[in-house]
Ligand binder design. Structure first.
Ligand SMILES: Nc1ncnc2c1ncn2[C@@H]1O[C@H](COP(=O)(O)OP(=O)(O)O)[C@@H](O)[C@H]1O
Ligand SMILES: [Mg+2]
Length: 308
């Protein structure tokens, strides 16, 4: 047990070394995912570091990061592989004359088709294959970190296909046969929770929920990412953002907004928060006019709270 605890701490340190500050929960699940060879499904609101986690881990383990960004309508062709139709067509045209002479002495249409069929195999071979992220991950020599990002944006049919892929990390291409993983990839899936994922997919993965960070963690992230900021202002910034997150907002500010705001304040050479400064820069934190209106009457109180 102590061994595992040490390794988890070691992983957290290594992640910090590449700029990612992880909570104990995060480091534990990532460690277990690797140790058990299971995909990790990372859920949480936008902007809390889900995508960045996979990037940071790829850095730590020194493996290639391969990212599949999901969207509505994403299909196997885009995710796995496609035949390079344009190239096939171009080659057919370039070869037309030669085909003409090859087929010239066929005595029937059937015969010509049969001859074409034996020649046609060449068009469904490696040079005409366009590997997309899932296939790239299987073929990666050293084993990739595969990030299947924002899987909640894909359609349920695609999710079912993913489940199959994750079950055995192999792909059958009818013209080429079955391709298995050279090295099983380390897989991360992320979801912003815009829809519920299937039970089956959840079962296949280790689950990691990343909530908004507590104050101490967010201050550490801020210190890491915006090192030029003094300690006092940093604490005020984080306290203020935490005050905003309690309000009833359409879009709560996430870590990304805290970082943007901190950079803005640095540019404006602020060393403490004051109400006027907050008011002027609020649009960096809140992206909806509704939210600005909700927050405005509370600014003085939030800012005073953050200073104490
Ligand atoms: N734990 C963390 N340590 C360092 N930076 C972080 C952390 N969490 C988030 N960030 C930063 O916050 C921003 C948003 O992170 P991102 O991974 O894009 O969020 P998500 O994928 O959850 O929407 C990025 O700029 C990232 O560098
Ligand atoms: Mg993301």
């Amino acid at each position: 047990m102590t061994d595992a605890v040490e390794q988890i701490q070691g992983l957290a340190d290594e992640l910090a070394g590449v700029g990612y500050i992880s909570s104990e929960d995060v480091a534990t699940v990532v460690y277990l995912g690797d140790a058990l060879g299971k995909p990790v499904l990372v859920e949480g609101p936008p902007g809390v570091g889900k995508t960045e986690l996979a990037r940071a881990l790829a850095d730590v383990v020194d493996r290639e990061l391969i990212r599949l960004q999901c969207y509505e309508g994403l299909d196997e062709g885009r995710a796995l592989y496609e035949w390079k139709y344009g190239k096939q067509l171009l080659y057919t045209q370039l070869l037309r004359d030669r085909l003409g002479s090859l087929l010239a002495d066929s005595d029937s249409l059937d015969d010509a088709v049969r001859r074409l069929d034996t020649l046609g195999g060449g068009f469904f071979s490696e040079p005409f294959l366009e590997a997309r992220p899932l296939l790239q991950a299987l073929r990666s020599e050293r084993g990739a970190v595969l990030l299947i990002d924002e899987v909640d944006k894909s359609d349920p049919e695609f999710e079912a296909f993913l489940l199959e892929f994750l079950a055995d990390y192999q792909v059958t291409i009818p013209e080429l046969g079955t391709i298995g993983a050279v090295h099983a990839p380390m897989v991360f899936l992320t979801s912003n929770g815009s829809r519920e994922l299937s039970e089956a997919l959840k079962r296949r993965c280790l689950h990691l929920h990343i909530p908004y960070p507590d104050r101490a963690l967010e201050e550490r992230i801020l210190a890491q990412r915006v090192p030029g900021m003094g300690e006092t202002l940093r604490a005020e910034v984080v306290a203020f953002v935490h005050g905003l997150r309690v309000l009833d907002l359409r879009k709560r500010p996430a870590i990304s907004e805290t970082l943007d705001w901190a950079r803005t304040l640095l540019l404006l050479q602020a060393d403490r928060l004051d109400t006027e400064l907050v008011q002027r820069t609020l649009n960096v934190l809140l992206k909806f006019q509704d939210d600005v209106e909700t927050a405005t009457p509370r600014l003085r109180e939030l800012q005073a709270g953050a200073r104490s």
